[in-house]
Ligand binder design. Structure first.
Ligand code: PMP
Ligand code: GLN
Length: 380
């Protein structure tokens, strides 16, 4: 038999590649984004209790209602904003499934989807597999600022969706209120759906505020917001996330979601719902990660890497042109095999694999790991 690949240009994701290389070479793994400290014991106990208390059969298709209520309360608390727990919130198998399902529910062959590059690597294949076309907009190091005139020039009558992501993986930059207002202005009176990937909403530094799409009334009416408990509660392996959208969009989402996954791991949902009753569980995240960012940056300040402090996410981008002319993929491999420290090369997320000589380091690690990592980086 012969099959024409639906994704002929897609290989194995860089996250699997670099983590495997780090394991083989026993390198400190600051590549794939996951914590190396435990998920909260209290949360683990709540999930275990949920299992003991009978939450072991299918959750409702849209998610455990206690969890949807907890999510709804969070939007009220943080953004004075309402998402109806029954009609406007759906629990998913991580943000990845939410993103895939949103795209599947709306993007038809030849529809155009605007994606800002560098972009998280699950966005583009999901568009392609559904027959859509990606319109990339490349942002530039080190500030990754959007040129809104350029965005205006890229919008056409085929533009179905614009995907945004703030705080931004991999650059660690955040969008300002003005960015969101510009996006709102450009999309007003159009049929464009906005997919606002906000998985790092609780990780914003230096007193800045996260500019959620739900804060802008017209944007909210056309937006899906995606979120990840893996990022918020330090358990990326649980793969629980959710999305919010106005009911008319969510109804279409659920038509696909019910046949894509139907529902996700029930005891985790109930445990997370109980855990979220204390808002500190997510409000404390900014300070928790700011301490880690500051520690890491202080420790590497004498190194030959150049950087602008990350504004959000748990990633720090380091520029290495003082050290070598190697391309970023080769340098990332050399760092892993020779220096025993793994990072992610940013070119893989760029348009035409543009190499800016920058690497992404994950600082969601114990202080001890960050100290060891910094010692290595300072010797390079
Ligand atoms: N979007 C971005 C920007 C991410 O960094 C990630 C990785 N956490 C995801 C989506 C996927 O999240 P999840 O692991 O919950 O599927
Ligand atoms: N979101 C994680 C990162 O950016 C990786 C998730 C994955 O491995 N697919 O590193």
């Amino acid at each position: 038999m012969q099959h024409q690949s639906k994704l002929p240009n897609v290989g194995t994701t860089i996250f699997s590649v670099m983590s495997a290389l780090a394991n083989t070479h026993k390198a400190i793994n600051l590549s794939q984004g996951f914590p190396n400290y435990p998920s909260s014991q209290k949360l683990n106990n709540l999930v275990t209790s949920a299992m003991h208390n009978g939450y072991n059969q299918y959750a409702p298709m849209a998610g455990n209602l206690d969890l949807r209520l907890a999510i709804s309360n969070k939007y009220q608390l943080l953004y004075k904003n309402t998402y109806h727990p029954e009609k406007e919130i759906t629990v998913t198998a991580g943000a990845t499934q939410a993103i895939y399902t949103i795209i599947s529910a709306f993007v038809r062959p030849n529809d155009e989807v605007i994606i800002f590059k560098p972009a998280y690597d699950c966005y583009e294949p999901a568009v392609h597999v559904n027959g859509g076309k990606v319109t990339p907009i490349q942002l530039s190091v080190p500030n990754y600022k959007v040129d809104w005139a350029e965005v205006a020039s890229k919008i056409s009558d085929k533009t179905k969706m614009i995907m945004i992501n703030s705080p931004h993986n991999p650059s660690g930059t955040i969008w300002t209120k003005n960015d969101m207002l510009q996006l709102q202005k450009l999309t007003i009176d159009t049929n464009i759906i906005v997919l606002s990937d906000e998985v790092y909403e609780h990780i914003v530094f230096d007193g800045e505020q996260h500019q959620s799409a739900c804060l802008f009334s017209d944007l909210k009416q056309r937006s899906f917001i995606t979120a990840s408990f893996g990022k918020t509660f330090h358990n990326t392996g649980w793969k629980i996330g959710y999305c919010c959208a106005p009911d008319y969009l969510m109804a279409e989402f659920r038509k696909v979601h019910q046949f894509n996954v139907f529902s996700v791991h029930h005891p985790s949902q109930k445990g997370i719902a109980d855990y979220m009753q204390d808002a500190e569980t997510y409000l404390s995240l900014n300070a928790f990660f700011q301490q880690k960012r500051d520690l890491f940056l202080n420790l590497i300040s004498a190194s030959r890497f150049k950087f602008k402090p990350s504004q959000g996410t748990y990633f720090q981008v380091l520029e290495y042109s003082n050290i070598t002319n190697k391309n970023d993929v080769d340098f990332a491999k050399q760092l892993t095999t020779e220096f025993k420290i793994a990072a992610i090369p940013l070119s893989v997320f760029n348009k035409n694999k543009k190499d800016d000589k920058v690497l992404r380091f994950c600082f969601a690690k114990t202080d001890e790991t960050l100290v060891k990592a910094a010692e290595i980086l300072c010797k390079i």
